[in-house]
Structure formats: C-alpha cells, structure tokens
Write a protein that binds this ligand. Structure first.
Ligand code: SF4
Ligand code: SF4
Length: 112
C-alpha cells in the first residue's frame, strides 16, 4: 500500500524533493501522493520511506492501511501514543496479557 498525505501536512515541501519516484504532487495547493507511482521506497537504496523520514509532523505522511484492521490499529496506535506518550503501548499490553494467559493455562494444566 502507498503512503498518503493527511490533513496534518503543513506544506513544508520537504517530501516533494526527496521522493525518488516523483509520486508527491501539489494539486490545488495541497500535497498528495500518487498511489500509482509510490513504491513505499522499497526495492531501492532506501531503508525507510523518504517522505515520512523528512516530514516534520507526527502524522502528515502515513502509510495507507491495506485493510480495515490495519487501519484500526494505525489509528488507535496514534491515539494511544498521544494519550500515554508510549509508542509501544499495544505491544506491551499484548505481551503482558499473553504471558499471563499462558501462565494461567499452565496452572490449570491445559495443553495448547
Ligand atoms: S514512500 Fe517513497 S515513493 Fe512513496 S511517496 Fe514516499 S518517498 Fe515517494
Ligand atoms: S514533508 Fe510532511 S508536512 Fe512537509 S509537505 Fe510533505 S507531508 Fe506535508
């Protein structure tokens, strides 16, 4: 899935000059990414998407989710990161509860 530019964009134009495929465009004064041209910066010399790497905002340039649940997690990860100031809140939550669940199963001698 391609990257996209959101309403958080402040039009600094940095992504325009760094995109290796020319996917970033300015249409009617607004920056946007042509999903046909965006390669996610994969397969070349870059290890990270250049538009996201240079963007001075937190979420002005984000990856388009490929399905509903990916979109859900992207959205609520950003919300929870703002509320808790932790980028890995859900990962920690999952690790903690999966470990506790596993311990509980072992205590009850349940084989999984
Ligand atoms: S991810 Fe890479 S190819 Fe896609 S718009 Fe951003 S800089 Fe361009
Ligand atoms: S780098 Fe970020 S803030 Fe600047 S024009 Fe691109 S998306 Fe907008």
């Amino acid at each position: 899935m391609a990257y996209k530019i959101t309403a958080a964009c402040i039009s600094c134009k940095r992504c325009l000059s760094v995109c290796p495929t020319g996917a970033v465009k300015i249409l009617d004064g607004n920056h946007s990414i042509d999903s046909e041209l965006c390669t996610n910066c994969a397969g070349g010399i870059y290890t990270v998407p250049q538009c996201k790497a240079v963007c001075p905002t937190v979420d002005g340039c984000v990856k388009e989710p490929s399905d509903y649940w990916e979109g859900w997690f992207v959205k609520y990860n950003r919300v929870i990161a703002k509320l808790t100031n932790k980028q890995d809140y859900w990962e920690c939550w999952y690790n903690t509860y999966s470990q506790k669940f596993s311990e509980q199963l072992q205590k009850n001698h349940v084989v999984v």
